[in-house]
Write a protein that binds this ligand. Structure first.
Ligand code: GLV
Ligand code: MN
Length: 220
């Protein structure tokens, strides 16, 4: 009986140890199983990305959609050109993607997070204030100048603000073919259907009018 108990607790410890090794290897996109698998975007995505396109040519491995200059004349003064699997299917199953982010003077890339990737970025021109907030509510931030690199740990809320007099431009990279973006203002005040006002008035310790006003800015 005692032997049985010892062997079952050994077995449970073995399983727990195994989980410790297995879980980290599942924390980003899976490894490729072949040289490449250019995504067939017309097919439905499977758990490991899009099915592979059958006829492939050199043009599947090049993408010019990140080229600027981008038009930043919008209310936030920021425009992002994404190079992810949806715009550049050659990235399918390869576990990475990039953005070109351009900010007008004073422009803000609002607080957001990427549920499936860590983000690294290099400031190519201009000067930005970049920051992220940890799960214990600490803000790490810096005013960066061109040539400097930053990293945003996976899933953490971050933002960029152009504090210079000229346009700012950065290239960001992600360890996922489709990192996903949770934009906090849109997620909270522009979801469809809406998050009930009671939830938001309690969460933000405010009243219905304030919440209705915020929601009105994020409809559509
Ligand atoms: C910047 O934060 C980006 O997501 O490209
Ligand atoms: Mn980001």
């Amino acid at each position: 009986m005692a032997t049985l108990q010892i062997s079952s607790s050994l077995f449970i410890s073995f399983l727990l140890t195994l989980c410790l090794f297995v879980i980290p290897s599942l924390s980003s996109d899976s490894d490729p199983l072949q040289d490449f698998c250019v995504g067939d975007l017309k097919a439905s995505p499977s758990i490991n990305g899009f099915p592979c396109k059958s006829a492939v040519s050199a043009s599947d491995f090049f993408y010019s959609g990140l080229a600027g200059p981008l038009d930043t004349s919008n209310p936030n003064g920021v425009t992002i050109a994404p190079g992810n699997v949806l715009t550049f299917p050659g990235l399918n199953t390869l576990g990475l993607s990039m953005n070109n982010v351009e900010l007008a003077p004073g422009g803000v890339n609002p607080p957001h997070s990427h549920p499936r990737a860590t983000e690294a970025g290099i400031l190519v021109e201009g000067s930005i204030f970049v920051g992220f907030v940890t799960t214990n509510n600490t803000l790490f931030s810096k005013i960066m100048t061109a040539g400097e690199m930053f990293v945003i740990p996976r899933g953490l809320v971050h933002f960029q603000w152009n504090v210079g007099k000229d346009k700012a431009r950065m290239i960001t990279a992600f360890n996922s073919q489709l990192p996903g973006t949770v934009g906090l203002p849109n997620t909270l005040f522009g979801s469809k259907p809406e998050i009930p006002n009671t939830v938001l008035t309690k969460a933000f310790k405010t009243d219905d009018t304030t919440i209705a006003n915020l929601k009105s800015k994020f409809v559509g």
